[in-house]
Design a protein around this ligand. Structure first.
Ligand code: SF4
Length: 335
């Protein structure tokens, strides 16, 4: 525990941001049958964070909070409504053509569902070679050698190279998905709930593999998950999302020892303790998550927060740094 804490501190002090996300917004239009826009689903609404080289940033929150949309927008799988993503001095949201294709090579994704993320009609060797072919990397033999090497690294045998996805288990398919993401030598990998669809016994194997691969390939991860225990294990820093906004971000150990936002406190209180004899008080969040079509005024969490005041209803709290790297959006965070 102490060692991992020291490792995290050292990594944070020495690293520089690989990617800076500023005021990222993604609104999906709601249209009438005649094609007229009558409103927007504010899936991501003004998100800021930095991704540091060779580190893992965890993005957590309930289903529908906008964390997957954030990851996919950064990769330009869906186009942002507003904001900037600064990579090597350029805003990648403005890139087109060849420059955008180059970024697509450096930013890859591992999807949640290993059953649908691979083409069922494509042999797994071809699936791993395909990104290299798209980006014109090496000869056919080079691509085959690299695909075999990557598959070996993720624990798939050479004789399985010509098999189809349905011949593998969920955990193996997720390993193949990871080998495919690594094929073009990326710098950033967005891991979108990479273990949620797997059995618990397989989850830890895939998590260990992700860690080994990160070290070996010097990767930066954006690790999206609703499972705080998994994120605690993986992440150097954590952003907590609620209704399209980041309400708190902090280094992992700091967030777990001093959560300041009432929503984060409630999420942490729901993590089961490994010892059944130990008891802790669970904070129950009342009510349902409001609709992102018409989010609440002021603080988006005020309709469910037991500390809400009149100020919370009327004024959106500004993000404030209350400890080094610990940023909170709550009017009452100091108290
Ligand atoms: Fe609760 Fe107010 Fe803080 Fe929002 S700003 S989390 S409503 S105390």
């Amino acid at each position: 525990m102490l060692q991992s804490h020291l490792e995290r501190e050292t990594k944070q002090q020495t690293n520089i941001p690989l990617l800076e996300i500023r005021n990222l917004k993604k609104y999906f239009p709601i249209t009438t049958t005649l094609g007229k826009t009558k409103g927007f689903v504010k899936s991501v609404d003004g998100v800021d964070f930095d991704l540091y080289e060779n580190q893992t940033l965890g993005l957590v929150g309930e289903s529908g909070c906008g964390k997957s949309t954030t990851g996919r927008t950064i990769l330009r799988l869906i186009e942002p409504t507003d904001g900037e993503a600064i990579y090597q001095g350029k805003n990648i949201f403005q890139l087109k053509g060849k420059a955008l294709k180059q970024i697509r090579k450096e930013f890859q994704i591992v999807f949640q569902d290993p059953h649908s993320s691979l083409d069922p009609k494509m042999r797994i060797g071809d699936a791993v070679m395909e990104p290299m072919k798209i980006h014109h990397i090496g000869t056919k033999k080079d691509r085959m050698d690299r695909a075999m090497e990557l598959l070996r690294k993720v624990g798939i045998r050479e004789d399985q190279f010509y098999r189809y996805p349905h011949e593998f288990s969920g955990g193996q398919r997720q390993r193949i998905g990871l080998a495919r993401a690594l094929a073009v030598n990326p710098k950033l990998v967005v891991c979108d709930e990479p273990v949620s669809a797997l059995d618990v016994s397989i989850q830890s194997q895939v998590i260990n593999l992700l860690e080994e691969i990160q070290e070996q390939f010097q990767l930066t991860y954006l690790f999206i998950s609703h499972d705080l225990s998994v994120v605690r294990h993986m992440a150097d820093q954590i952003c907590v999302m609620y209704l399209g906004q980041i309400v708190e971000r902090a280094p992992t150990d700091e967030l777990f020892t001093h959560p300041l936002h009432p929503y984060t406190q409630a999420l942490l209180s729901a993590i089961p303790l490994p010892n059944p004899k130990l008891k802790k008080e669970r904070i129950i969040i009342k009510g349902e998550v409001p609709s992102p079509i018409d989010p609440p005024s002021g603080c988006v969490f005020h309709t469910r927060c037991s500390y809400a005041t009149a100020l919370c209803k009327n004024e959106r709290p500004q993000a404030r740094e209350l400890a080094p790297g610990h940023i909170v959006s709550c009017h009452l965070a100091e108290s």
